[in-house]
Design a protein around this ligand. Structure first.
Ligand code: G6D
Length: 340
């Protein structure tokens, strides 16, 4: 196990570094301390050939200008908060009139303090950050720790811990866009997706939950058995940007994504109540991702988190962070090959 460090840019706000965590057996993860962004997860395919299974931008300028959270840690609260309102607090209305993904000074554009570590079985990076009281309207000084760890066994673990000196909100996620074909060779339509979820949050026309949880059985949101995405996009041309409420069963992952051609698979196990799945449908943009123009269905963002806009729905799990009581979120991404 080893960690390589590369200095990318001396930015006025601090040194931007890139770290590569390497299990020395074909599995490696590269991330920036800027936004804690995953820029590469290299995973062997059926022939043992390692390629990147997350979408990345061309260079650091791309990340500094990014509006779509490529690979980023997102928070303090992922997703939309209606009108940016919580109790008497007004959060930044960065998707006017709503608040989205932590606002203007969210996790994704902070330079985190970073410390690499290596043991015999694992290696990783511990990132830390303090967001001052009142940042983007959130009360309390928020102390954060985000730890990325890889194992010999092709696991990537992300643990995020938040604590505050006042009652505040905490619902972070990671916003990597996956494409298991490797370096964005194929569209995600070729992928198979399964989610341990029998309910999806009903959304209004602004993509904000109404509070109703709808049964997925027999609908286009039913991923309880493995589904080919191409077939789902045919039935649901607008794609998916939806929050699935997860079922947790000891020892079982909540999400399975596979690419039959390369035979790569990923299983996600999370402590969180839901997963937001965003299929990049119609995301035809003028920037370069994995050496090509960003286009519809190039990646799938998988964002484990509490249900969005939870502050306005008493039937959603609370995302309150109480003073002096740290809260931990954990997600494990397990990579491997489809069994024949
Ligand atoms: C998020 O749910 C949102 C999308 O609506 C948004 O477009 C994307 O981030 C960039 O996942």
């Amino acid at each position: 196990m080893k960690v390589n460090t590369e200095t990318i840019l001396l930015h006025p706000k601090g040194k931007i570094e890139s770290y590569t965590l390497d299990n020395e057996a074909g599995f490696s993860v590269t991330l920036l301390n800027y936004g804690g962004r995953l820029t590469a997860i290299n995973v062997p395919d059926r022939d043992g050939f390692s390629e990147n299974v997350v979408l990345n931008l061309e260079n650091i300028d791309g990340y500094l200008a990014d509006q779509a959270y490529f690979g980023a840690l997102v928070g303090p609260v992922a997703g939309r908060i209606r009108n940016g309102k919580w109790k008497a607090h007004q959060l930044t209305q960065n998707q006017f009139p709503h608040h989205i993904h932590g606002g203007g000074a969210g996790f994704h554009q902070q330079i985190w303090h970073s410390v690499p570590f290596v043991t015999e079985e694992e290696c990783g990076i511990q990132l830390s950050l303090v967001l001052p009281d009142g940042t983007d309207g959130y009360p309390g000084e928020l102390q954060l720790r985000a730890t990325y760890t890889i194992t010999k066994n092709q696991e990537l673990k992300l643990e995020m811990v938040g604590s505050s000196n006042q009652e505040t909100l905490f619902n972070p996620t990671n916003h990597a866009y996956f494409n298991l074909s490797g370096n964005g060779k194929e569209k995600i339509s070729t992928h198979i997706l399964q989610i341990a979820s029998d309910q999806v949050a009903e959304l209004d026309h602004e993509k904000i939950p109404t509070g109703r949880l709808m049964d997925v059985e027999g609908t286009n949101f039913d991923f309880q058995s493995p589904k080919l995405l191409a077939r789902q996009f045919f039935k649901q041309p607008q794609g998916y940007d939806d929050a699935f409420k997860l079922k947790h069963k000891e020892g079982q992952p909540q999400l399975y994504l596979a690419d039959p051609k390369s035979k790569r698979k990923m299983e996600i196990t999370t402590s969180e109540e839901s997963v937001v799945v965003f299929t990049t449908t119609n995301m035809d943009e003028n920037y370069v991702v994995c050496n090509q123009k960003m286009s519809s269905h190039l990646g799938i963002a998988i964002e484990p988190q509490g249900l969005p806009d939870a502050v306005h729905h008493s039937n959603f799990q609370s995302i309150l962070l109480q003073p002096g009581i740290p809260k931990k979120h954990q997600t494990i991404y397990q990579f491997g090959l489809i069994d024949e």
